[in-house]
Design a binder for this molecule. Structure first.
Ligand code: ZN
Length: 500
């Protein structure tokens, strides 16, 4: 066998084991009774230990080196070259970290979760600060172990967005911030212009579920190769290209929650279901980065699901489903309502206009904390000052400020930017899709989502992890990541909605 095929064959069991772990994780969040929690933690620990040991085995390193030699001079676009690059990326992530550091991070973050939950409940940052400082110390060690050229944050960011550099993110965010902050202020001055009270009426959850399932089926989510269940925090997971699960949750008094979270997760799932079948069982199946993954979920959620053509098609059906609540609300009023902007302090509740400001704040704080430019005791003040500067609001408590997200307590530093990168990419990809296939808005208004899905499949989904995110974006759109398309989209859409 050729060295690259040997490497691929060697990794089959590693991939199967991690897929088995994903089944257990899916069950944990959807079906498992509370009594199963302890045993499940043990199952998952064993699976991840065995998977890790098999992957970091000397044999993997040896086969990888042989495969790298064999891949030299190969076409960089080839399956083989991509496979070797992806395995090298994953292998370095798993092997460069000393076992003692991995264990220290696992121990600290396991303990940190409870500390964070209590501190958040009590809105007491001081109770969390020493833990946070220890986590950031570990993150610094992690960055050193993984290695970086420019800034320690590069190493952490690379885990989630391979190849992306801190300086690039900072440059894009700085340009975006300068345009977005004044625009947000303009919208805030007109918040009363949109009535969204009808969204907060009572909506029967069974009817919500039936409508939502019908929507995602029409978008192209394949129920032969997936299913939707309920979970406290909606997520997508997969055990194969041909088994991609999504979850949602229903709020009886807020219609958009389940609907748009279903469309969002279906967007992630369409990406996973769309990998070339030849990638099945190889490390190349699935999304190339969290940012590109988020571009797919947000494209379907925001560009499609919160757009006019989508509701030209679906609104009559929604009105028939909820005649009491929506019978007297015309399409234009409903469209404005589902796009309402608010001065939310909470990231996960933020609309598409303000969302990226929440992310920029976290990105800047993470860098300052990591590089020792900000003392931990001063972090809440720094957070609140940025909220005031970007959104014109100061959180009344740390609970609604610096303590709101679970990420830092889990050791996820470098993760937040991918949410904003995905949002920017979603508009770049959408613009290109419309330039290539101008009928897409009319097709959507007619309930035909296939032309858009086909474009995404051909240009993005089939490639799986074959291209680095920056390569993929350059290939698809002919340009690098940028914020101008996003700002143009926001200005056009929200100037109309808010009468600016
Ligand atoms: Zn998402």
């Amino acid at each position: 066998m050729e060295p690259i095929q040997q490497l691929q064959a060697h990794l089959v069991d590693v991939i199967r084991l991690s897929q088995i772990g994903a089944v257990l994780g899916w069950d944990q969040q959807t079906m498992m009774p509370p009594g199963g929690a302890e045993a499940r933690a043990e199952h998952l620990a064993t699976i991840s230990k065995v998977t890790h040991e098999m992957f970091v085995d000397d044999k993997t390193g040896r086969l990888l080196e042989e495969a790298e030699r064999a891949a030299q001079g190969m076409d960089g676009d080839s399956f083989e070259a991509a496979l070797v690059r992806v395995v090298r990326h994953d292998y370095d992530l798993e092997t460069k970290l000393p076992t003692a550091l991995v264990e220290a991070i696992a121990r600290e973050t396991a303990r940190a979760h409870e500390v964070w939950v209590k501190a958040r409940e009590a809105s007491d940052f001081a109770a969390f600060a020493p833990t946070l400082e220890r986590i950031y110390n570990l993150m610094r060690q992690k960055a050193e172990a993984l290695g970086y050229e420019d800034r320690p944050y590069d190493a952490l960011l690379d885990q989630f967005e391979p190849g992306m550099k801190t300086a690039h993110v900072a440059e894009v965010f700085a340009g975006l911030r300068d345009e977005l902050v004044p625009f947000v202020q303009q919208v805030f001055d007109r918040l009363d212009a949109v009535d969204h009270s009808m969204l907060h009426l009572h909506y029967d959850v069974d009817k919500q579920a039936a409508f939502g399932l019908d929507v995602i089926r029409k978008l192209g989510y394949d129920f032969e190769r997936g299913r939707q269940d309920k979970a406290v925090h909606p997520f997508t997971t997969n055990f194969s290209i041909n088994d991609v699960r999504i979850t949602t949750r229903y709020l009886p008094n807020f219609l958009p929650s389940a609907l748009f979270s279903s469309v969002h997760e279906a967007g992630h799932a369409l990406y996973e279901q769309g990998s070339d079948q030849r990638l099945e069982g190889t490390p190349l199946a699935g999304g190339t980065s969290l940012g590109v993954h988020e571009s797919q979920s947000r494209l379907w959620e925001n560009l499609v699901g919160r757009g006019k053509p989508f509701w030209q098609h679906f609104y009559p059906q929604l009105q028939q489903t909820f005649p009491e609540q929506l019978g007297g609300v015309d399409l234009a009023a409903f469209y404005r309502a589902i796009n309402f902007v608010s001065r939310s302090l909470i990231r996960v509740e933020a609309d598409e206009v303000t969302y990226n400001l929440h992310i920029m704040l976290r990105f800047e704080m993470e860098n300052d904390l990591l590089e020792g430019k900000l003392a931990f005791r001063d972090a809440p003040d720094a957070w609140n000052a940025r909220m005031q500067q970007y959104l014109g609001v100061t959180p009344p408590s740390d609970r609604e400020g610096i303590l709101q997200d679970v990420h830092w307590s889990s050791g996820l530093v470098g993760y937040f930017p991918t949410y904003a990168l995905g949002t920017l990419l979603s508009v770049q990809y959408w613009d290109k899709a419309l330039a290539d296939v101008p009928s897409i808005p009319d097709d959507i208004a007619a309930g035909n989502f296939a032309p858009l899905l086909d474009w995404l499949r051909t240009n993005i989904h089939v490639h799986g992890r074959k291209y680095l995110p920056a390569e993929l974006t350059q290939r698809v759109t002919g340009e690098p990541l940028q914020y101008r398309s996003f700002m143009r989209y926001l200005r056009a859409k929200y100037s109309e909605i808010y009468g600016l």
